[in-house]
Design a protein around this ligand. Structure first.
Ligand SMILES: C[S@@+](CC[C@H](N)C(=O)[O-])C[C@H]1O[C@@H](n2cnc3c(N)ncnc32)[C@H](O)[C@@H]1O
Length: 343
């Protein structure tokens, strides 16, 4: 069955990786059917697909809607209407249900008037004997106008405004250098940590990553070398009612047993603005990655965000490299996201 993920435009790669990781976490198999600008169409197989996708929408940060795809056409009004007239809607709309049609144009694609195409598609559904209800429809159809036109029914939407409420400066404690909540959540998702599992951040700072892990129901553990920041992190974690343990200490000497955490997501200091408590950045990375490897259970993932290339430190510590991709933050800062695995 085809499902389209309407992705946010915050990053080229991160939204896609987040979707793939969540599907794997929920045991769903997928094949990439098509990849358009801000829209990923996947052929998904497995048990209870829609139920799992609704759950996944509650975790995703960099996606707007998940759409059960009815049809895909070239991006011309006539082609779209033809496609909507011809396609089978029996899996989307049942007798007696009401509907609404919404269209979204991604960036410059198409130049088709949104309201006009919504009305025309609505007409094709109306002529099949269904009643429109724009305020409170049973089924919302969505047309994504990207490289092509992707049409289907919305099965789940992501509540993106919650992330705005958790913007770093709105939290009880703020300190510069923190990741934005949506990036932090995407990384938590890429680590595939589940509710009731243990997520660890050895450079926890103000707990931006741990807050997102706590909200998805993980028990979160953080280490931060600066006492004042660790106290502030406590306030941030209390506010979101996370189940947490914070340690004031050194990421190079982690006071945890071996193989006791299920996932690691971390944002180590880069060496410029953030304070480094170690002999050198080299030593800090070398020793902390060995500690991360030691405390992570086998068969689990670690995700690191860094300005520095961490792959050599990670490989020396024993990790296998799964993935690595960059984000240009501004002219002089490029972040690298590295996904690691412990065999
Ligand atoms: C880039 S910041 C992490 C920001 C964090 N993600 C947040 O949400 O605030 C890196 C943090 O590592 C801490 N740090 C530096 N050296 C450390 C060490 N040896 N052990 C533990 N934490 C350390 C810094 O004090 C800083 O708060």
């Amino acid at each position: 069955m085809l499902f389209a993920f309407e992705l946010s435009g915050e990053h080229d790669v991160l939204p896609r990786k987040e979707v793939f990781a969540c599907l794997s976490m929920e045991g769903l198999q997928y094949n990439e059917y098509a990849s358009f600008d801000q829209c990923l169409v996947l052929d998904i197989t497995g048990e209870a697909i829609e139920k799992k996708l609704i759950f996944i929408a509650g975790r995703l940060a960099m996606c707007h809607h998940i759409i059960k795809t009815a049809c895909i056409s070239e991006l011309f009004s006539e082609k779209i209407i033809e496609m909507c007239e011809a396609c089978d809607l029996s899996e989307h709309l049942s007798k007696g249900q009401t509907y609404a049609v919404r269209a979204k144009r991604i960036k410059h694609h198409g130049g088709i008037n949104r309201e006009s195409i919504e009305g025309k598609i609505g007409g094709t559904v109306y002529r099949r004997g269904f009643r429109a209800d724009l305020q409170n429809p049973d089924v919302t159809f969505r047309l994504i106008m990207t490289d092509k036109a992707v049409f289907g029914s919305v099965i789940a939407s992501v509540n993106r405004s919650d992330y705005e409420l958790r913007a770093p400066h709105k939290k009880p404690f703020f300190y510069p250098g923190v990741l934005m909540p949506r990036v932090a959540r995407a990384l938590v998702n890429i680590s595939q940590v589940k509710a009731n599992e243990v997520l660890f951040d050895p450079f926890s700072g103000t707990a931006g990553i741990l807050v997102e892990g706590g909200i998805v129901g993980s028990h979160v553990i953080g280490i931060e070398v600066r006492r004042k920041i660790s106290y502030g992190a406590r306030a941030n974690l209390d506010e979101c009612k996370a189940d947490y343990s914070l340690i004031v200490g050194d990421a190079c000497r982690v006071p945890l047993k071996s193989s006791c955490v299920d996932a690691i997501v971390t944002d180590p200091p880069y060496g410029r603005s953030a304070a480094i408590k170690a002999e050198s950045l080299h030593e800090l990375y070398s020793e902390s990655f060995c500690e991360m490897y030691r405390v992570l259970r086998s068969g689990k993932f670690a995700v690191a965000v860094s300005e520095k290339n961490v792959s050599e430190f990670a490989k020396k510590a024993g990790f296998s490299m799964v993935d690595s991709f960059d984000q240009k933050v501004h002219k002089s800062l490029t972040r690298t996201f590295t996904v690691l695995y412990k065999d």
